[in-house]
Write a protein that binds this ligand. Sequence first.
Ligand SMILES: [Zn+2]
Length: 429
Amino acid sequence: MPITVRPAGDEIAVSYLTRLAALHEIPFDVLWAQVSRPRGNGNNTRRLDGDLLACVADQPRARLDRAVVELRDPEPDWLALRHEPQRGCRRCDARHPGGPVLRLLPHHTYVCTRHRIWIGPPDQTDHPQPGLDELPEVVAAQHRHLRLLRRLGPAATYDAVLTGFLICAHRWNFTEIAYDGDAWLDWTRRAELLVPPGTETDTFSTSRLFAATYPEAVAVAELVGPLRWRRLAAGGPDDQRAFAAEIGRRLGLRDYQPTLTQDPIAHWIEQDCHQPPSLPNNDYRSLRTFGGTTFVKPARDSDNKRHLAAYWFAQKHRRGGDAMLHHRALNPVVIRDWSHKKELFTGALVTSLETSFETRRKADVDALVEHSSCYLRPEPVPSSYLDTAKEPVGWSLRTGPRPPVGARPALPGERPKHFFPRNRLRPSN
Ligand SMILES: [Zn+2]
């Protein structure tokens, strides 16, 4: 091909091919036919071929193997990567011609620290990425996140940061803010910069709410991730008090103690701290779209959903928790493998805010004061996981079936949804 362009780092093959085709003004399918081979086994679809691509794009095979996700050799730790491709930093991408670059980024990438730009979890692909010049603590949180990753490894860090977001999101929805120093006030302040009041229709995205809470999500992750703190949370009343005091301090809560309801921290202490880290619901390599011409994209109605969420955010006193809790990035920690399965997702969200029915029955306090009644487990919880785990902990083996790809898990009585684009080939499964 006359114009040679390099792939960007972590770029997915379809993105690279789309740019090549655009630069040469040839249809995508014509290029695809030159760089793919039939999959065989009676399957009439085609799969990307690295040698053909190296020849057609006039690139060294070794370079493609380093940059193009589908050709990575050796294969990466797929569970440490998101399953949904997304735009990288807009300034880093500006030097790559031919159209948007889609990359498959690791779970721990939220900020381009070089350009101070928010990347966030996969969200709307074409939504403008905010700069972080006025929010240095968000950039600093990315550095802390990477330090945590080096200490704990990808499995524990993935679970811990999502749990941090879950706890912050629930707390952001609370209405009673009594004093200075509460992290709630920081989230509101950051949200005013990222989604200025009155501009919600244009500037709102759930990804920006993740940016507003990222510093505290990482601060909480520094506690819910390490085994030392998990063992305290799983210990007797004094250990739990020590854990509660520290997590309360990190959220700016004075004299915090866990309560029976309206408290995602109490739920985590009771049900999650003694379990292994939760896994991502999917990985890119396991999807049937791998190596083909299509990939998981945001749902087609996602822009309508964004407008609706923007409306509610503006109406509900700009509390961002709801939109975050319904974002697909948090699914794996809202409904964990050991969670009681709920008929509706909203039921699961309420459950993630409270201790078990059994615990509340035993506490025997009036339902009206459960939210202000202290929860402490009377005895340490036995845990073969905590007894034997060593850092960095590896990915645990999935015991149940893999949840379907989608905006959130399909629960009993719900129809699974399909999120494959209609314009190119048919859904591959
Ligand atoms: Zn950048």
